[in-house]
Ligand binder design. Sequence first.
Ligand code: CMX
Length: 465
Amino acid sequence: MRAAARQLQRVLLGSTPLQEGLLGGSAPAGVRTLATDLKAAVAAKIPGEQERLKTLRKECGQKALGAVTVEQAIGGMRGIPAMLWETSLLDPEEGIRFRGYSIPELQDKLPAAVNGGEPIPEGLLWLLLTGEMPSNDQAQAVTDMLRERSKVPDHVYSMLKNIHPDTHPMTQLCQAVLALQVDSKFARVYREGIHKSKYWEPVFEDSMDLIAKLPTIAAAIYRNTYKEGDLIQADSKLDWGANLSHMMGFSDPDALEMMRLYQTIHADHEGGNVSAHATHLVGSALSDPYLSFAAGMTGLAGPLHGLANQEVLRWLNDVRKEVGDDVTKDQMKEFVWATLKSGKVVPGFGHAVLRKTDPRYTCQRGFAQKHMPDFPLFKLTSLLYEVVPDILTQTGKVKNPWPNVDAHSGVLLQYYGMKEEDFYTVLFGVSRALGVLSQGVWSRALGLPIERPKSLTVKAISDRV
Ligand code: CMX
C-alpha cells in the first residue's frame, strides 16, 4: 500500500503541473486534485492490472483461444483472436463498447458541456484510460490539462504553410504529427536510459501532448487548405472537441455539439482495424507515440478504412450530379448496381467484423433526425439505407450489407458547412487518437512485447496442411 501511495505521489509530483499541497486538503478552483488528475488515476490502476494479466498468463497461458485456418492466414487474418486491446471491444451483432459502455450509454452517462447534451470527448478519454466513468470535475480537469498542452510549435505551422498545396489533408496530418516528434519525451528519456517499468509515464506525457495539439493542427490544415491560411485562435472557454469546430470556423452551438459527439464516437473500434493495429504494432517496437500514431494515420487514410467517409460524399455528389436531389428508389438502385458492375465498392457499407448496422451510424442518424430532418443529403442517405443492403445481399458475397460509421458522418459535417470532403478523415483521425494512444499507454504499462506474428510462404503453408 505504502509503495502504491509513493508511486502515486511520485507521479503527481513529477511532470504533471500539480502542487504538492494538493495531495491533502482542498484545492483552489481550476487546479487539479488527486481525485481529478488523470495520470494519477492511471497510475493507481496499473499494479492491479499488471497482477491480473500476470495471473491470466500463469494460469491460462497455454490454453488455445482458437485455431488458425489457411483461409484466415491468406484472408487478412479475419477473426483470429491474437491481440490484447483493453479500451474497447467489438461485438459483431451489437457493435462497439468502450470499456463496457455502448454508445447510447456513453451519451447518457458521460459528462456534457455546460448548455450541451452530447458527451465531451475528454470524459471519454478519462474512461478509456482508467476504465472508470468520470465525474464532471474529472472531465473538466482533462479539458484543462489538454488546454495547457495545446500550443503548437511555430516550426509545425511553417512546415504546414510551405507544404505543396495539393497535399491531401491526411498526408498533412501525418507530416505534422511527425514534425512534433522532435519533442517526444519518450524518445528522449529512452535515449538517456529509462527502466522499462517506467515506459508508460513518458508515453502518457507524449500521448496527452499530442492529443492536446491535434485540434489546433487539424484546424490549421483546414484553414490553410481551404480558407487561405486565415487561422482562428482557440477559445479558452471551449472544451477540446468544440474548439476544433471553432478553430475550423464553425461556432454554431449545434455544430459544437455535433463535433463533440463525432469526436466521441470515432475514438476506438477495438484493436484489429488498420489504424489501431498499425499504431499498436509500431508502438510495440518502442517507437514513440508520435511515430506510432503517424503509422496509424497513414492506415486510416486508406479508402477501405477511414477515407471511406470522404468516398461516401464523393459518391453521393456523383448521384446528385447525375440524378439531382429528388432521386427515386429505382434510380438509386440503378446507381448502386452501376457502381458494383464497374468493379468498385459501395463506400460506407460493409464491415470486416460487424454483421449489423453500425451503432455509430445509428447514433449519427439519431442526431440528424433531431437537428436536420429535412436536409436533402440526409434524405438521400436514408434512401441508401433502404436500397443498398438488399443489393449487397443479392451479390451473394458481401458478409455485412449494412452501413458503417462512414456512411453518415459526411451528412452532419455538410449540414454545418464543412463542405470539403477531402478533410473528413482528418476529423476521424483526431478522434481516433483518443483510443489508440490510450491503449498505447496501457500496452507499455502492461509490458506488452514487440509484435512478431509468424508468416509463411505458399509452399510452407502447403507443406503444413
Ligand atoms: N461494396 C461492394 N463490395 C463489397 C462491399 C461493399 N460495400 N463490402 C464488401 N464487398 C465485397 C468485398 O470487396 C469482397 O469482394 P471480393 O470477394 O470480390 O474481393 C466480398 O464482398 C467479401 O468481403 P467481406 O468479407 O464482406 O468484407 P471485408 O471484410 O473483406 O471488407 C470492408 C470489409 C469494410 C473493407 C468492405 O466491406 C468495404 O470495402 N466496404 C466499403 C468501404 C468502407 O465503407 N470502408 C469503411 C469501413 C469502416 C471503417 O473502417 O472506417
